[in-house]
Design a protein around this ligand. Structure first.
Ligand code: 5GP
Ligand code: ZN
Length: 114
């Protein structure tokens, strides 16, 4: 989608990627909420997690989890613990309309979230 900021990042028109493969990219969050705050997104434009369909999209979401786990291990937060979270729609805090998973760690994370 031409007016989507995360499509632009995925297409390398802006920002800096820390990970890329044929399906997924990852990059640092602009406004980090923890010492590790990476966003992992599909290259495919999907507006929100509730738009994910069974089959290809479901596989893609699983692949994103594998990549997030890999980045957590690389950043040294796998043992202590980390959180992978996606916000769906405004009430949950979604502000960018291209599905993304926050990988958060490096500090004690409270529960329940606010
Ligand atoms: P949401 O609020 O939709 O769950 O998360 C959107 C996230 O994207 C926020 O944590 C915000 O800081 C991050 N973000 C918004 N615009 C940009 C951007 O242009 N570059 C990067 N790297 N992160 C962004
Ligand atoms: Zn997009």
């Amino acid at each position: 989608m031409s007016d989507c900021i995360f499509c632009k990042i995925a297409n390398k028109e802006m920002g800096k990627l820390i990970y890329e493969d044929d399906q997924v990219v990852a990059f640092e969050d602009l406004s980090p909420q923890a010492p590790v705050h990476v966003l992992v997104i599909p290259k495919k434009h999907i507006a929100r997690i509730s738009d994910v369909t069974d089959g290809e999209d479901a596989c893609l979401m699983g692949h994103i989890m594998v990549i997030a786990n890999k980045i957590a291990a690389e950043r040294g937060i796998a043992e202590e613990g980390y959180r992978i979270v996606t916000n769906c729609n405004e009430g949950a805090g979604q502000s960018v309309w291209h599905v993304h998973f926050h990988l958060l760690g490096g500090r004690k994370l409270g529960w329940p979230p606010g």
